[in-house]
Design a binder for this molecule. Sequence first.
Ligand code: FAD
Length: 451
Amino acid sequence: MKIEEKIYDVIIVGGGISGAALFYEICHYTNLGSVALLEKYGQLAELNSNATANSQTIHCGDIETNYTLEKAAKVKQTAKMVEKYCLQYGYEDEIMFKHQKMAIGIGYKECRFMLNRYKEFKELYPYLEVYDKEALAQIEPAIIFDKNGNGRDEEIVGVGCKDEYSTVNFKALTDTFIKNAKLNDDIDSDVFLNTQAEDINKKDDYYEIVCKNNKIYKAKMIIVNAGPHSLYLAHKLGYGLEYGQLPVAGSFYKSNKRILKGKVYMVQNPKLPFAALHGDPDVTLDDNTRFGPTALMLPKLERYHGNSTITDFFKTLRLDAKIMKIFSSLLSDSQIRDYVLRNFIFELPYFGKKAFLKDARKIVPSLCEDDIEYAKGFGGVRGQILDKIKGKLVLGEASIDTGNGLIFNMTPSPGATSCLGNAKRDVIKICEYLNKNFDIEKFENDLQERG
Ligand SMILES: Cc1cc2nc3c(=O)[nH]c(=O)nc-3n(C[C@H](O)[C@H](O)[C@H](O)COP(=O)(O)OP(=O)(O)OC[C@H]3O[C@@H](n4cnc5c(N)ncnc54)[C@H](O)[C@@H]3O)c2cc1C
């Protein structure tokens, strides 16, 4: 083992977008002496923050029909941080893009829902517009016409906008956080790739991180932003034992043409735990349309890296009677059972595409088998928390702050959008713990929306 002598103020474990955003904020808005980031793979954002792993959407709450007004107001603030950061560095049309976006309601009930939601949300999002069938035929014709050119029979309403930033290549954004963090050389900052943290040991006034490459790094404080592996590491140290983790993979189907001009989301069934299927222009596919994501229960913490994380899955699931009770309560609902089964079928060769097509046609009625193919190598894993005390599956993010210099962040979704907001929360905690300063005024000037 090679023991590094230097004791960093903070070490961040995990070089996805959450770790990189925190690294950036520490370098730009604090007076810490040193920070290091350890990443398991040879490049940053290899897993869920990769542009091919997620939907590339800035989730600001305007078209996410599952968000309450209160939640929308919160995510809007953090989403604006991403936008302001990109504008600050001039990343428009390079990393951040304006695609038109909308949520559509189909049929009487969903249309009323969309119109009522519009009334409730228009003050928070004054730019939102209502599109009737005629307007949609102009703006997003693929959602109106079938393959014979006939319009939909059902009532349809869209609520959305045409001139807002909606799309980000989160992998490219991650890389910029590290590059721009280095612009401030007052702080000693290091990034170590191919460095997998395996264990964390408490010493008198610092921690030792033992890595798989036989190196030991030291830090006064450690923030673990390791995606689904955050809980794995927390459990290893005896924290977060009240949580189990259910990995829910999301896959996509892609097209080799621009079927949709912008992002089209659907009204979410409130009973289902994940966002409804949507169609988006994919910035890695020259804006050709990508449909998804699916929601597949998968016994792995990482996709496309062999079976090396199957054991980690079982360890973080912490299967016991309480977890079984959560599963049985979820599966007692026939809609959820049907949903789980359908998402499993979507992965199958031949049958998968046929089943997926049926759902995707709700967005694009003319879609046919030749238009789409399973997007191999795309998609990621959302590590959903199973709360044994509350006896339920927790949607969204979770954070375990041990109070003694260790924080573990679980960021299934929309963690890429909220990266700078989550980092702000942690920077405040870091500065309190290490008795350092957070330049809140500079932060607010640079990254927060006024008013
Ligand atoms: C299908 C899908 C669609 C999504 N769509 C959106 C979207 O449209 N908009 C949005 O905002 N969010 C979306 N999300 C969520 C978003 O992708 C994640 O919230 C976000 O990428 C999480 O970033 P992270 O840095 O916390 O984790 P990750 O990106 O998973 O990064 C964790 C990093 O930690 C590293 N690591 C793991 N273990 C160790 C270790 N022991 N030592 C060192 N390094 C380690 C990994 O290699 C990885 O680089 C989506 C997610 C999925 C799966």
